[in-house]
Design a protein around this ligand. Structure first.
Ligand SMILES: *Cc1c(COP(=O)(O)O)cnc(C)c1O
Length: 388
């Protein structure tokens, strides 16, 4: 593909350039589904599951209806519910916290590290010990999030889960499909990995979709049952309480056309990140330059500004230049009205989460997708620096 001209409008996420490359294949794929008529869990879903398991290097992939449902099915399979504490970062998308509450469990918010935006292992350990000592809730699971596409420190999270009675380690990789940790893609690190194919993710369909990845055959079998109302070997044998969490064939057909582009798109995202890093200067903090072994999928490109006033100035400068930006996320989850009570209930007097609160006031996300030209990235970076 020829890169867009440097003065072309800059999209925050790309919805058009990629489609132009694969439109014929997508039209044909949708037509095939219309012809065979197996709209739910048709042959495209089986084919996609095989492709994604191979891509991620895991034994099993189970297609589901969204990233949120992937998280829910994974927790249902562990029987997580009332009396269970589920540890997760306070600086993430709402779905991560919503699922334990839907299942009657208690989310315990953990602070993140400023340098990586990911869960702080020391704070995690402290909170697991506090909950265990208090004795009201059972520490059951840790949901690590690979925020913005950067892998969390999975070997350390798994070791911590092992030290604390074999807690369930669940990877919320919704922003990080394709990221690598120590040479191995996310998918086989945690006990299970939840993926989202929401349109703006690194691998996105044209509607809702998701998947669970795992190396554990028993878990994969449970996920297949739970996504279809807890069914057994025959369709009308109901073994357990499940849900309607299936992936539909049209979305799978669309994803099958996009998978072959993914490797190149991940490289193009990393290249755009390098172009940004070459141009952004103090006092702007570019996202962590890759620590050896941690290869981001660059789902979202977020910079850190000195304070909220500087962020306002930068957003205004970008807006004046006709360039998009967004704030992921303006409020830590423990301050959200829906989660405040759960946060207070987790401890008598909940310990503070200063880094998550501070990041919400200072982060700003810039356009990031595989189809940016160097000149477009330069325009965005110049507009950012013009505010200082
Ligand atoms: C997008 C996202 C989800 C939810 O995925 P859906 O497919 O939209 O349900 C969960 N967690 C994180 C961190 C996300 O970014």
């Amino acid at each position: 593909m020829t890169p867009p001209p440097d003065d072309a409008p800059v999209a925050f996420f790309d919805m058009k350039a990629q489609q132009a490359l694969i439109r014929a294949g997508i039209d044909a794929g949708i037509a095939r589904v219309l012809d065979h008529g197996r709209f739910i869990q048709g042959p495209e879903v089986d084919a996609l599951e095989e492709k994604l398991a191979a891509f991620a290097g895991v034994a099993h992939c189970v297609g589901v209806s969204s990233g949120t449902d992937a998280l829910q099915i994974a927790m249902m399979a562990e029987n997580i519910g009332p009396g269970d504490a589920v540890f997760l970062p306070a600086f993430t998308y709402t779905a991560t916290a919503e699922v334990p509450l839907v299942l009657g469990a208690t989310p315990v918010f953990v602070d993140v590290e400023e340098a990586t935006f990911n869960i702080d292992l020391a704070d995690l350990e402290r909170r697991v010990e506090l909950v265990a000592r208090e004795g009201r809730l059972r520490p059951r699971a840790v949901v690590g999030v690979d925020l913005y596409g950067l892998p969390a420190d999975w070997p350390a999270i798994e070791a911590l889960c092992g030290r604390h009675g074999g807690m369930f380690a669940l990877d919320d990789a919704a922003q990080a499909f394709g990221a690598r940790l120590h040479g191995k893609r996310l998918g086989g690190w945690a006990d299970a990995t939840a993926c989202s194919f929401y349109p703006t993710k690194t691998l996105g369909c044209y509607g809702d979709g998701g998947a669970l990845l795992t190396d554990d055959a028993d878990r994969a079998a449970l996920y297949r049952s739970l996504r279809t109302h807890g069914e057994g070997a025959s369709r009308y044998e109901v073994l357990r309480t499940g849900m309607n969490g299936r992936l539909d064939s049209i979305q799978a057909a669309i994803l099958l056309e996009k998978v072959p582009l993914l490797e190149g798109e991940l490289a193009a995202r990393a290249r755009a990140a390098r172009w940004y890093a070459e141009r952004l200067r103090a006092p702007v903090v570019a996202p962590p330059s890759p620590t050896p072994g941690f290869e981001s999928a660059w789902g979202i490109y977020s910079i850190l500004l000195p304070d909220a006033a500087a962020r306002d100035r930068v957003q205004a400068a970008l807006g004046a230049a006709g360039l998009p930006s967004a704030i992921y996320y303006p409020k830590p989850l423990h301050h959200q009205p829906a989660y405040r009570a759960a946060h207070a209930a987790a401890f008598g007097g909940p310990p503070p989460l200063p880094v998550s609160e501070d990041l919400c006031a200072r982060v700003l996300s810039l356009p990031m997708h595989p189809y940016l030209s160097e000149g477009q990235v330069a325009r965005v970076a110049d507009a950012v620096m013009s505010a200082f």
